[in-house]
Design a protein around this ligand. Sequence first.
Ligand code: ATP
Length: 569
Amino acid sequence: MKDLLRLLRLFRPYALWMAAGIALSILVVLANVGLLALSGWFIAAMAISGLTGNLIEYFTPAAGIRALAVIRAGGRYAERLVTHEATLRLLSQLRVWFYVHLEPLAPARLQYYRGGDLLSRIRADIDSLDNLYLRVIAPSIAALVTTMLMIGFISIFSARIGMIDLAGLVLAGVALPLATRVIGRRGGGQAVELRARLRGLVADSVRGLGELIVYQASTRQAGAIGEASEALIRVQRRQVRLSGAAAALSGLLMHLTMWIALVVAIPLIVSGTLAPPDFAMIAFFVLGSFEAIAALPLAFQVLGETLAAARRIFEIVDTVPAVAEPARTIPAPTTFDLDLSGVRMRYAPDAPWALDGIDLAVPQGTHLGIIGATGAGKTSLINVLLRFWEFQDGTITLGGVSLRDIPGETMQQVCAVVAQQTHLFNTSIRRNLLLARPDADDAALHDALRRANILDEILALPQGLDTIVGETGTRLSGGQARRVAIARAVLKDAPILILDEPTEGLDPVSERAVMAALDALMQGRTTLLITHRPENLGFVDRVVRIDRGRLREIGGASTRERGLSSLRT
Ligand SMILES: Nc1ncnc2c1ncn2[C@@H]1O[C@H](COP(=O)(O)OP(=O)(O)OP(=O)(O)O)[C@@H](O)[C@H]1O
């Protein structure tokens, strides 16, 4: 119930659209029942008139039938239009709302979710929230209102027939769906979970297809996917059987109600309380009235699935970001000396310290090389500086301002990052560059590419800047992708440059091209260069080594010439 109310609060901005959709559904149901009942009455009245020779005025009912038919068709069209407009507007708002909550959780809080699972929450779970309005709320309110109006109308003819119709509607529209919901609740939750598991598994397998083939594990992985799929099909089969049985029972109840109503109507016709044509009208009216509750079994069934999807979404939305934003706003730093004192950080309360008492001063403009064995803590230091992860002890200041008083966004603005795994989006080179500066014109883009040492190569491509780079930049070579990432950093023009193994995995020629580009970019900026390659240390002024979370200074002024000469060879 709590989740339901919370969901409803999210729907509030579209309340008017939704109300209009519901009003139109009510109109359509009433027009349909009216059309059936009036047609039944009209045909019977005309037949009786023909047999008895008593003329009746048929213009009005004929016009009524035409009017109701037009209202029903037009109303249905308008209802679909309005309810879908409401749903699509709602969906787009929900996606943005979810993304806004998701962003501060990256990367620290999201590392335990599978990529496919997250994707399924963003897409399928959010999409299934629209069920709440389209398949639950709208049909339920429409059913309630139309039932009251219809029972009121038929009771004018006979209160007993009204009660019989009401009993049939309540049984088919409430008791049956409730029973279906109780039986289907577990299956609904299971279906959502299993679908997410299957999607995660498939996404993971497609990403790791190369490894699966090399290690000949494709058959085993396909077996695991098959099992997950079988489990989902078993649950879905149970759910479909349940909804089929509910639909059949609902049909049975509808016809039973009509027969009982007719049995009650016979003595009323015989005694003259009702006119003979009313008999046909009652039969059609009762049948038609069941349209009002036709959607309720599905409503009760999808309610379980929708609430399960909502719970999974709220679970992410309610996750507290790993790094708390500052409580007070103070002016952003204008100088960029970095000072770390006694900094300790670990990834979980019971994990070993990834940084264990780091003291480090990096005056503005320094080029600092950071080396260390794998797992020593180099990336952890960067994670802390970029405010991706929180540090537990010690102090860090930037330009004299404590890092804890600087919003994460500011830190991310003043730092440009070129990493081993810098992500390129599957779009054009131009759009990848504009990420760093959306208002940059072609001249600025060309300048950035020139400074990243890649302009000629890009312009030589048939599509130039509009070349699509492929998923994660696969249509570019490793060295080209890295230099496009450098051009992006050039465009960002941030005072601090973080280079996390920027030449890792490149051949010597590409490495030299990338380092030449970086050397130009580093000028005038504070630079932290994490590297395993001793030759890259020729580009820095100072070198520190991190060893199991502790820091050791190992070099003063470097032989910068050594680095530059390596570019020339
Ligand atoms: N996201 C994480 N969650 C939990 N532990 C982590 C995480 N990232 C790193 N660690 C742990 O923290 C320690 C330091 O890792 P870190 O990535 O900083 O090392 P590194 O020096 O950058 O290594 P490499 O050169 O291999 O990138 C390691 O023990 C690692 O297992």
